[in-house]
Design a protein around this ligand. Structure first.
Ligand SMILES: Nc1ncnc2c1ncn2[C@@H]1O[C@H](COP(=O)(O)OP(=O)(O)OP(=O)(O)O)[C@@H](O)[C@H]1O
Ligand SMILES: [Mg+2]
Length: 267
């Protein structure tokens, strides 16, 4: 008899624990990012959301637990290795790349993504390196267009509006041709108009790339608009999981996220 295994999930986290000294930032977190979904991660400040994403992008070491990317254990990988394996992320503050231009950060992502030409070929500007650079520039330009970036590509991110800097960061993540996208508060600090542009950009990225997205955000409206499913974290643990509109009717979730019960919020 032939049994066909279902294809592995894009991201599967099992029993994740992270300790920083005495702080238990993440405790027994298990979650799955499925194919073709936008999964929301909600929770008050300090709930552990960014730490979960940091473990996946390997900028933080988990104390224990498993993290699998399409069935492959990534817990011992270096950050550049998970990037090459298909994990792309954006950052809570767009200031990370403030000194670079939108084009430069995009080129960095391409560089991390593939190394078809060696450093020596680059230094000597041999044909393969030149061709590779042309291709990289084209895909970065495409990514910037896709997210609706409208500022000059040669201006430093630190000199752009926060909205454009955040879009450039999203384009950088997209330019790396990810297999999964992790977005850490893409709309934080944005005006309502910029937030709407960001929501549209994320939807366009979803349509074009078809990659699953894990998104952290405090903005409920944005989350309602984008997420197929949402997980709520509270002090390092998962409190609830489901559809956001349904979750918000739960008293424990409403108290955790908003500080009030649904009845109090309504009245
Ligand atoms: N590198 C670190 N060293 C020490 N403690 C840390 C570190 N990173 C996070 N923490 C602590 O771990 C806990 C979870 O932080 P985390 O940044 O994951 O929260 P968050 O849910 O992303 O919050 P926010 O909504 O404010 O971004 C907090 O108590 C935080 O102070
Ligand atoms: Mg955070």
């Amino acid at each position: 008899m032939i049994t066909t295994e279902p294809p592995p999930d894009p991201l599967r986290i099992t029993d994740l624990e992270v300790r920083f000294g005495g702080i238990r930032a993440v405790q027994g977190v298990s979650l799955t990012l499925r194919r073709d979904e936008v999964l929301g991660l909600l929770g008050q400040n300090g709930a552990g959301k960014t730490t979960v994403v940091n473990c996946v992008s390997r900028s933080v070491d988990a104390s224990s637990g498993r993290i699998e990317l399409f069935g492959r254990d990534i817990r011992r990988m270096k950050p550049f290795q998970v990037t090459r394996a298909g994990v792309s992320r954006t950052y809570q503050t767009a200031a990370v790349f403030g000194a670079l231009t939108a084009l430069q950060v995009g080129m960095l992502a391409r560089d991390a993504h593939d190394r078809r030409a060696t450093a020596v070929e680059y230094a000597l500007r041999l044909p393969r390196a030149r061709r590779h650079e042309r291709q990289a520039r084209a895909s970065v330009t495409q990514a910037l267009e896709l997210v609706g970036f409208s500022a000059p590509v040669n201006r430093r991110l630190g000199e752009l509006t926060y909205g454009q800097a955040k879009l450039a960061d999203l384009a950088r993540a997209v330019a790396g041709e990810p297999r999964i996208l992790l977005l850490d508060e893409p709309a934080s600090g944005l005006s309502v108009r910029e937030r709407d542009q960001m929501a549209e950009a994320i939807q366009r990225v979803r349509r074009e790339l078809g990659v699953p997205v894990l998104i952290i955000e405090h903005d409920m409206e944005l989350m309602q608009r984008l997420c197929d499913r949402t997980i709520v974290m509270d002090t390092g643990r998962i409190l609830a999981e489901g559809r956001l509109d349904e979750l918000l009717t739960r008293p424990d979730v409403a108290v955790s996220l908003l500080g009030v019960t649904p009845q109090e919020a309504a009245g």
